[in-house]
Design a protein around this ligand. Structure first.
Ligand SMILES: Cc1cc2nc3c(=O)[nH]c(=O)nc-3n(C[C@H](O)[C@H](O)[C@H](O)COP(=O)(O)O)c2cc1C
Length: 213
């Protein structure tokens, strides 16, 4: 039983008995809204799992920058480890863990790059310092010292001191299209609720299954 005062129980949440849900996108949207209201920070943070050339799984946090019926979008550097892994095997798994709600959502599916227009539009919304940082960072490459990075940032800041910062060519986004969702909510004594949604094809209906915890 959880007796921490700021942890929310199912009865206090607007989503009610989530195991009755039929639409995983709608359920995700409801849970995300509750996480936005309740998490200390970064309710849109998700673990992104990919696999390297040896099939060895790799995982790191990224921020979800878009979500709709087409999937989950994040942005990063194409030449980063994740960028290279997704180029070789365009499939991924995502995990959201909202500690304040004691919930997790798992997502799996194929990955496609976002369009240049989409990446440009999102890049334009970033603070200028972050845009300059994207030019200065060779993400996931060895960095000799913090000073070397600061020098690169200063150089880019001078180059783009005036006017809009264009999107660097090696910086873009990806979309994970869910073929599988799992929603998990803590229940007392580890008797948790889990429901899984799967679809064999994009235009096929979702099949829902309740799982033992
Ligand atoms: C909460 C959180 C959010 C993050 N969001 C992003 C992101 O949106 N994009 C990104 O490239 N890295 C993000 N990072 C950094 C990544 O976890 C990772 O260190 C970086 O992308 C390099 O990963 P890679 O070498 O596997 O490609 C975030 C880290 C944390 C802890």
């Amino acid at each position: 039983m959880n007796d921490t005062p700021d942890i929310k129980h199912t009865s206090e949440l607007t989503s009610g008995d989530f195991t009755e849900a039929h639409d995983p996108f709608a359920l995700f949207a409801t849970w995300l809204a509750e996480a936005v209201a309740s998490e200390l920070n970064d309710p849109d943070a998700m673990a992104l799992a990919t696999t390297d050339a040896d099939g060895l799984p790799d995982v790191r946090m990224v921020l979800m920058k878009g979500f709709d019926a087409a999937g989950f979008v994040f942005y990063s550097h194409i030449a980063s480890a994740k960028g290279r892994e997704l180029a070789a095997n365009p499939k991924a798994a995502l995990l959201f863990h909202w500690k304040s709600l004691r919930r997790q959502v798992r997502v799996r599916g194929p990955v496609t790059p976002v369009t240049d227009a989409e990446a440009d539009a999102y890049f334009a919304t970033r603070p200028k310092q972050a845009q300059i940082g994207a030019w200065a960072s060779k993400q996931s490459q060895p960095l000799e010292s913090r000073f070397a990075f600061e020098q690169a940032i200063a150089k880019e800041a001078t180059r783009y001191a005036i006017g809009a910062v264009p999107r660097p060519p090696g910086w873009s986004g990806w979309r994970i299209t869910p073929m599988q969702f799992e929603f998990w909510h803590d229940r007392p004594f580890r008797l948790h609720d889990r429901i899984e949604f799967r679809r064999p094809a994009l235009d096929a209906p979702w099949t829902k299954t309740r799982l033992y915890p």
